[in-house]
Design a protein around this ligand. Sequence first.
Ligand code: SF4
Ligand code: SF4
Length: 367
Amino acid sequence: MPSITSLISQRIKPSCAVWEITLKCNSNCIHCGSSAGKARLDELNTEESLKLVREIRDCGYKGVALMGGEPLIRDDWYEIAREIKKNKMELSIVTNGLTLIDNIQKLKSLKVDCVSLSLDGGSAKVHDYLRGIPGAFEKTLNAINRLKEEKLPVSVITAVSKTNLNELDKIKKILLDRNIAWQIQIAIPIGRFPRELTISREEFYAVALFIAINVKKYSYKRLPVIGAHCFGHFSRFLPNLGLDPWVGCQAGLSVLGIQSNGNIKGCLTLPDGFIEGNIRTQSLKTILEKIRLKQKQLKGYCVDCDMVKICRGGCLGSSYALKEFDEPYCLRAIENKMFSSKQLPIKGKLDSTISILKNMYHNLIFK
Ligand code: SF4
Ligand code: SF4
């Protein structure tokens, strides 16, 4: 039986370091994968953080995404962000938007490369419920409007669960014709996200269809909607839904995860068993030199899959979180399992594919 380690190239091509600069948060999201709320007791101080920025640069990363918790409520977030720009790396900030307007001048002066706001509902009822904060929806929309007024690059991230599956169309209406990039990802049961709210494979396929339909219907300018980088894998019928073709899990390869206390993982979605070292006791370069994807024995559909050498079993984070079979959110596996040969749509004909699949899944999100 092939294992991940026997299939993977160990070359590391640094692209994006995702850095949780604090676990402190002013939201209380149901689906928070980090169980954020209070800061960790041992978070990196300013001096350690600035040093880490330079280490990230020296290791060849092109960009850093600051997230949390809520990054904009860490007192020295601006100093860390400024050091990232000073070291000629791209700066992204992933925020809930609640304090964004207070920080708008700082974001402008930084020439931030992207501000990504979480929008999990197309209505105050659903968004505020998921975020645990009354008034969060209005504040997020105001933040988006303000970023647009200031001509700062803005994108929106929606984490899909059973609670907001039916909100996608409403969110689309909010974003249409505003040149706002929209990334759809699936909420997985890590942190405090309740497992029972995780969407089924059928619902996942319906979300993939939603993206495919809207990519076809609207130009990229009108609605730049994409799936997260790990969305899908090698559908026989739907086009690639991410920004780039899927080439397997990037944890520890092009992607790096940094916790607020300096722990390093290949990706922040992975459990703590994947902590590869701490920046206080080893240099980032040393940790990267030994970093490897942990062995994951392939099972289920992945074992005999014709794409396994490229794919290596899908998203390591969701596989570990869901533990059902190798990669619950694999379009190829879902298609192989769910469609009998009679139902199989015609390869390359997206219209007929969509109409067949819409009929099969109309009651999920196509109201
Ligand atoms: S079945 Fe497994 S290896 Fe094949 S495409 Fe899906 S996740 Fe990748
Ligand atoms: S664990 Fe999943 S989210 Fe993280 S890099 Fe791998 S594919 Fe991407």
